[in-house]
Write a protein of this length. Structure first.
Lengths: 257, 289, 292
């Protein structure tokens, strides 16, 4: 069953096509990778899917529903959770508060609930605090719960960003370079977490540079170059694709295979 | 002693203004200039209702605050789409437009001549004009404002405001309608500023546009930044220091023609020093982004 | 009647252009709203008053001294206030608020020294103006219009053709790239402040020949200057001219239908409209968008 459908997406900036007629589908409960060199349009595709950019042409469907022109917060509410290439944490507040900001409240986060400090607000807050701690335990950040997010190391920040979208319980995870800058141990933690998410029925699409990193994790990879899709398929197949190799290793490979 | 009570009343009114602006600037990170326009609307509404229609100041205060809140929506709705210094500029310009309208719509507001003879509040036939009785009135509203804003900020709603301050884009990704929250906070801040304006009007019993200039907006902004961005206690401390300290100048026997610009010079200098050395203010924890 | 309004619009437009010109040169290099520019404008007028009226110094020398001092004032503001902020890598908003602080400080300092009363640079009676096309224009007004056009041309040519001008544009468009090719951005910023502030001082002196000197003159000046810059396109030199005259004409021609005292409100209404509908201004200058 297809959870995400991207059809003929085109996005232009000042006349340059950052995304040039891209189409692909993501199967539910799969782990897929979006690959390509810097500037190939990967993050732009994420921004289009999550609603921060509107395409010049093309459509995006999530669970059969068209989401192309919806605003980012509405798309987030529908069940798509994303992280950002440059890590966007709420730096001057605590780790715990960062996660708490992910949760959906019934009425607890309304203005009048706050003004009158209603029982419902307190009840939902308590429940979410408990859930937040569970999530922090899951990613291994529970000891840092009162720490300000800006005091975390790079690897911890990446884990926190993941923890935050876990609070949203999304059906589709869009992770922008989840392994960038991580030490091997943290990277392994991240890979394990992604696998656990799949076991829990979730779908993950993540951006990566390096095709070797995705071996063994991604079931399908989509390769972009200069805004166009140049390959799609299982990692082993795509790895040997001539055009993909050209992109990554240059023309030299053609002469000396 | 009377003088001390007068200072405390003025401090109280500024505290309400500062708390209300702190909600917008300090907690939500919206650089709103021109906040005094809302106090102006509250003051003039309350006064005109009392003078022209004999409406009780209690009701006038409430209507004035509602109207101020309404203008918060009118001004906020278009401005909040703008970012950073453009938003600051827009709110600044809109604040001046309000001032200009109040100054020039002479048939409604008597323009620069102002509104004299504004009636006092009265309770059970007893007139609350000055001194202890007015101080208690003002402090009551200060307490109400403090409790309201404390509740608002110490809650899931308040947490979302902080999220907006830290990173709007990430807050959107959390499924929160950022524009809606910004607008609510802007309206609420305007509402309380309106209350402060009415309290001022029914105390001094005379208002004119010169009490609601851009400089006043800067003064309130300074109080927010100085006391501490996102710190309610800081607002109390900041206002107290910034109101009391210049009064000491007057005690040194300085004529007003020197004391007035000197006071402003100190305010200006403080803004500069704060921005360079401690942008989060005395008790604040958050810095501008 | 309308010819006079049109002429008044041109005169106002000339002054706004001068203010916007200096403001724009500075904005190009520092990329924030140097609000205190308004008070440099006022200081220019007060300096001229001090030298010419108080100390009776030869007008030409007074003029040169005043412009130099205004230029120095602008440089001092940058060194003492903005430079520390650059070292702290402060966000734009902090610069703006600090700039307000400088403005408030200097405007009140001027009031402290010179008092709140209205002063003038004029020593004799006002000379009668010439009648042209049904409107009356004085010597000084002609001077203002000429100076603003000449200065606009000089500034435009300087920015486009001269080596320093190109360096300013480099720092403006790509600060990192500029540093890589060896341009000292601090030096460029200094020059921008020197130049922009000198023009502000000049504008202040010109306007005081035409109207009066009072402590809040800087406030109105900078608000019109920023409005003109945004209308024309922030950071654009031709934009400063277009915006300045657009504002001057719109303000004054509207008096034909609306009473004169609403002029300020109209100017700010125009600012708001441009901020909301066309923030890139007439010249269509795109502001940097946040990267997601």
């Amino acid at each position: 069953m297809t959870i995400l459908q991207v059809q003929n997406l085109v996005k232009e900036f000042d006349g340059i096509k950052a995304v040039d007629d891209i189409s692909f589908e993501i199967e539910k409960n799969s782990i897929c990778a979006l690959l390509g060199p810097n500037g190939s349009g990967k993050t732009t595709v994420f921004n289009l899917i999550s609603g921060y950019l509107k395409p010049e042409r093309g459509k995006i469907f999530f669970n059969g529903k068209e989401i192309t022109l919806l605003s980012p917060h509405k798309i987030a509410k529908l069940g798509i959770g994303r992280t950002f290439q440059n890590i966007r944490l709420f730096l001057q507040i605590s780790v715990l508060d960062n996660v708490m900001l992910g949760f959906k409240y019934e009425k607890g986060d309304k203005f009048f609930s706050a003004l009158f400090q209603t029982k419902r607000m307190k009840k939902e807050e308590k429940e979410n605090l408990f859930k937040a701690e569970e999530i922090l335990k899951f990613v291994g950040l529970i000891d840092k719960k009162y720490e300000l997010a800006e005091n975390l190391s790079h690897g911890q920040r990446k884990l926190l960003e993941l923890a935050r979208i876990l609070a949203r319980e999304p059906k589709l995870f869009l992770l922008d370079e989840p392994f960038a800058g991580l030490f091997p141990e943290t990277k392994k933690t991240m890979v394990d977490l992604i696998r656990k998410l799949k076991e829990g029925g979730k779908t993950i699409l993540f951006i990566e540079h390096d095709i070797n990193s995705v071996m063994g994790l991604a079931e399908k990879v989509i390769v972009l170059n200069y805004g166009k899709k140049i390959a799609e398929g299982k990692p082993e197949e795509v790895r040997n694709n001539k055009e993909v190799l050209n992109v990554y290793l240059g023309k030299k490979y053609e002469q000396n295979p | 002693m009377d003088y001390l009570i007068h200072i405390l009343i003025i401090t109280g009114i500024y505290t309400i203004l500062t708390l209300s602006l702190n909600l917008i600037v300090g907690f939500t990170g919206l650089p709103a200039l021109g906040h005094i326009a809302f106090a102006c609307i509250g003051a003039y509404t309350s006064s005109l209702l009392a003078l022209n229609f004999g409406i009780s100041p209690w009701i006038g205060l409430f209507i004035g605050a509602i109207l101020a809140g309404f203008f918060g929506m009118v001004i906020g709705f278009p401005s909040l789409r703008l970012k950073g210094d453009y938003f600051a500029l827009a709110t600044f310009g809109l604040g001046i437009i309000v001032y200009s309208i109040v100054k020039n719509w002479v048939s409604l507001t008597r323009g620069p001549m102002g509104l004299p003879g504004i009636p006092h509040f009265s309770l059970f036939g007893y007139e609350i004009s000055s001194g202890w009785s007015y101080l208690i009135l003002v402090l009551t509203f200060v307490l109400l404002t403090y409790l309201a804003i404390r509740n608002i900020t110490n809650s899931p709603f308040g947490r979302i405001l902080k999220g907006i301050r830290e990173d709007e884009i990430a807050t959107l990704a959390m499924g929160k309608n950022v524009n809606k929250y910004k607008l609510i906070v802007f309206v609420v801040g305007a509402f309380f500023a309106g209350i402060a304006g009415s309290l001022y009007a029914h105390y001094i019993t005379f208002i004119d546009p010169s009490s609601f200039t851009v400089m006043e907006s800067f003064t309130v902004l300074l109080m927010v930044v100085f006391g501490g961005m996102g710190s309610l206690k800081g607002s109390f401390v900041g206002v107290l220091i910034l109101v009391v300290f210049p009064e000491l100048l007057r005690f040194l026997g300085m004529p007003n023609s020197i004391a007035a610009p000197l006071r402003q010079m100190i305010y200006g200098l403080l803004l500069i020093i704060l921005m360079i050395w401690r942008p989060q203010g005395l008790l604040g924890k958050f810095k501008f982004k | 009647m309308i010819q006079q309004l049109f002429l008044n619009g041109i005169i106002a437009g000339s002054i706004y252009t001068l203010i916007a010109l200096g403001f724009t040169i500075i904005y190009r290099t520092v990329k924030f709203f140097h609000f205190a520019h308004g008070v440099v404008f006022a200081a220019g007028a007060y300096f001229a008053y001090t030298f010419f009226i108080l100390f009776n110094i030869n007008p030409f020398i007074s003029f040169l001294l005043s412009i130099s001092l205004a230029s120095l004032l602008g440089i001092a503001i940058d060194r003492f206030v903005y430079y520390p902020l650059r070292k702290n890598k402060a966000p734009n908003l902090v610069y703006l608020i600090a700039s307000f602080g400088v403005f408030i400080f200097i405007q009140n300092l001027l009031q402290l020294i010179f008092g709140a009363q209205i002063l003038t640079l004029r020593t004799g009676p006002i000379k009668e103006g010439y009648h042209i096309f049904g409107a009356v224009v004085t010597d000084i007004q002609i001077l203002i219009i000429l100076v603003s056009f000449i200065l606009f041309l000089l500034t435009y040519l300087f920015i486009q053709k001269s080596k320093l001008g190109k360096a300013i544009r480099a720092v403006s468009d790509d600060p990192i790239g500029a540093r890589i090719v060896g341009i000292n951005s601090e030096k460029i910023i200094l020059i921008a402040f020197a130049l922009g502030s000198a023009i502000a001082g000049l504008a202040g002196i010109l306007i005081s020949l035409e109207t009066n000197i009072e402590p809040t003159m800087g406030f109105h000046a900078i608000l019109k200057g920023i409005t003109a810059s945004i209308i024309g396109g922030i950071g654009s030199i031709p934009g400063a001219l277009l915006g300045g005259f657009f504002l001057g004409l719109a303000e004054n021609l509207s008096i034909w239908k609306i009473q004169a005292r609403w002029k300020d409100a109209i100017a700010f209404a125009i600012l708001i409209i441009f901020l909301l509908l066309k923030p890139s201004g007439i010249m269509g200058i795109k502001t940097k968008k946040e990267e997601i």
